[in-house]
Design a protein around this ligand. Structure first.
Ligand code: F6R
Length: 607
């Protein structure tokens, strides 16, 4: 996790870098820091624990001047979230400053050696070994110093270095953690992610593992891991500054929830050509695939649970859903007719990436479902299904989740067609039905709002909430519970409704809100029985069911109305919408920061 940035150009580096950090803070936000080379080539370092606003206040007060600098926003791994542990870190003489994203796994051993050599450590971080190694490298040139220490570092990292000995110069390396190079008119930038390059860079170059970049003024030179010069290949940045701003919304989460109807329209438009589905050619013959393994974490794992149902139902193939951090440490069985599908919004999740690499090492084809197209997962896959949900910045995933669900359904249709299980007329009928989803999403968001707010008024102080669902709605229950946990800090669990009586029902009291997912499908009566069981024990019911289901309404304390999906399997895509809004309102009422929940980061690039 953590975000790093660098700038060399004609503007005040501090102001450019603070904007970059604002765009990177989704990667971690427990402390932040900046180092700028001033006009006399002296390093001015400012750091602060707490939110970025703390650093902004310090920098404003200090008038940090200079056109070359590096910056960092932190998600603590080694050492608490204190000012001392905030980056940049320096060598003993404080003439070198380093920002680092990743983990130096052999830092303890290195620290021991460096301490024995008389180095002065000022933090508990693993990262601080880097400036000390550089200072002790015996190399006069900064690039030589960086190249010389790389063999000593174990782990995953991206880091950037500035030194008082070199005017307008940054050297940076990528090994396992993302690092991008941007350029615009008179500006060169480095960052962990594209939004942080805006608005000054118009073109981006993605560094590969092992690559080193030496920026001197406006000159850029890229090197491979052997230290040989290579050409930096740039392409235009397509993301706009508008797409990464909140616009008129109070939070990114609110904006991203509202964007869902438009995103679905865009996805459908791009995947349907001449009335036929076309999710792309991944270089894999789907007709030969008899087994699919999904790899994902968190919310993406919930989407994978639905993907399994879609593929089993439509293509009748065997599907496994693995949590990436479990898969990577098992000894999974490989077979030639297995397709591995990692699902990741960020495309950088360390465990999912490791699972992907394990699958590829066993020669299984890998087709990823990713939102960030230039991410490591996208680049290391045999094929990609792009989500096209646009940048998701709120830490709680909302629009990426529902778009994953829709994309997985389209993929399952394509797989069914390849398997000879979907004829043209059925496909066209299904596509016509699916085309109504954007408008149904928009109307559900409007219709459910009032009852969501009413329920929030009553239950925002509840200590815990249980979510129950069956079939695909079990995934919705887990996703609804995760949203409430992560942004409102309410203990919540999503449970298969049929299992509730086997233990968790003991939790029910009049203080426990129980959210029941009750669409009118073949499980309707069974869900009503669950609801009655909770009512009989004085539990409080929030139901999520079809608009106009008066029976359900009469049995519930609150009913969140949702539109009926023309494709029943896609009902979870609509059912989750009021639960996203519920978590958002409860969090706000409890005074929580919905975009930056405590202890979390958007991109989980460490194990
Ligand atoms: C929850 C959330 C996380 C992510 C998980 C995987 O709202 O955002 O649970 O879903 O960290 O992230 P990606 O999809 O980027 O691999």
């Amino acid at each position: 996790m953590c975000g790093i940035a660098g700038y060399v150009g004609s503007l005040e580096a501090a102001s450019v870098l603070l904007v970059a950090l604002e765009r990177l803070k989704y990667r971690g936000y427990d402390s932040a820091g900046i180092a700028v080379l001033d006009e006399d080539d002296e390093l001015v370092v400012e750091k602060s624990e707490g939110r970025l606003t703390e650093l902004q206040a310090r920098v404003d007060g200090q008038a940090v001047r200079g056109c070359c600098g590096i910056a960092h926003t932190r998600w603590a791994t080694h050492g608490g979230p204190t000012t001392e542990n905030a980056h940049p870190h320096g060598d003993s003489d404080e003439r070198i400053a380093v920002v680092h994203n990743g983990i130096i796994e052999n830092h303890e051993q290195l620290r021991k050696e460096l301490l024995a050599d008389g180095c002065i450590f000022r933090s508990q971080t693993d990262s601080e070994v880097i400036p000390h190694l550089l200072a002790g490298s015996g190399k006069e040139d900064m690039l030589d110093a960086v190249i010389s220490i790389l063999p000593r570092l174990e782990g995953a990292y991206a880091f950037g270095v500035v030194s008082e000995l070199f005017t307008d110069r940054i050297v940076a390396v990528r090994q396992g953690s993302p690092l991008l190079l941007g350029r615009g008119d008179g500006h060169v930038m480095l960052a962990s992610d594209i939004p942080a390059l805006l608005p000054h860079a118009h073109e981006v170059c993605m560094l590969d593992d092992g690559q080193i970049v030496d920026i001197q003024g406006s000159e850029i030179q890229l090197y491979n891991s052997e230290g040989e010069k290579i050409e930096a290949v740039f392409k235009a940045i397509e993301v706009t500054a508008e797409a990464v701003s909140k616009g008129d919304y109070d939070s990114f989460m609110a904006k991203e929830i509202a964007e869902q109807p438009e995103i679905f329209s865009r996805l459908l438009e791009s995947r349907v050509t001449g009335g036929r589905l076309d999710v792309g050619d991944f270089g894999v013959d789907l007709s030969k695939i008899n087994h699919v393994v999904f790899l994902a974490c968190g919310t993406s794992w919930h989407a994978a649970l639905l993907g399994k149902r879609f593929l089993e139902q439509l293509a009748r193939i065997h599907v496994e859903v693995d949590i990436s951090s479990e898969y990577r440490y098992r000894n999974p069985v490989a077979s030639g007719d297995t397709l591995v599908i990692p699902i990741s919004q960020s495309g950088e999740t360390a465990d999912t990436l490791a699972g992907l690499r394990l699958a590829r090492s066993m020669f299984m084809p890998v087709v990823s479902l990713v939102n960030v197209m230039d991410s490591t997962i996208a680049r290391e896959s045999d094929g990609i299904m792009p989500l096209m949900a646009g940048p998701e910045i709120g830490v709680a995933s909302t629009k990426a989740y529902t778009t994953q669900v829709l994309a997985l359904y389209l993929f399952a249709m394509q797989m069914a067609r390849a398997k000879g299980r979907l004829d043209l007329s059925v496909e066209q009928k299904m596509l016509a039905e699916i085309s109504h989803l954007p408008e149904l999403t928009a109307s559900t968001l409007v219709d459910a709002e009032e009852s969501v707010v009413d329920a929030m008024e009553l239950f925002s102080a509840a200590q815990a909430t249980v979510f129950l669902g069956r079939g695909g709605e079990h995934a919705t229950a887990m996703e609804g519970a995760l949203k409430l946990k992560e942004i409102a800090y309410v203990h919540a669990m999503g449970y298969p409704a049929g299992e509730f009586k086997h233990g968790p029902i003991a939790l029910v009291t009049e203080a426990l809100p129980v959210v029941c997912m009750v669409p009118q499908d073949h499980m309707y009566e069974k869900m009503l029985s669950n609801l009655e069981e909770v009512r009989a024990r004085a539990g409080r019911i929030i139901s999520v069911g079809f608009k106009g289901d008066n029976k359900l309404r009469s049995l519930s304390d609150f009913c969140f109305p949702v539109a009926q999906s023309p494709i029943p399997e896609l009902q979870p895509l609509l059912s989750i919408l009021p639960l996203q809004r519920y978590a958002y309102h409860v969090a706000r009422r409890r005074g929580c920061d919905v975009d930056q929940p405590r202890n979390l980061a958007k991109s989980v690039t460490v194990e």
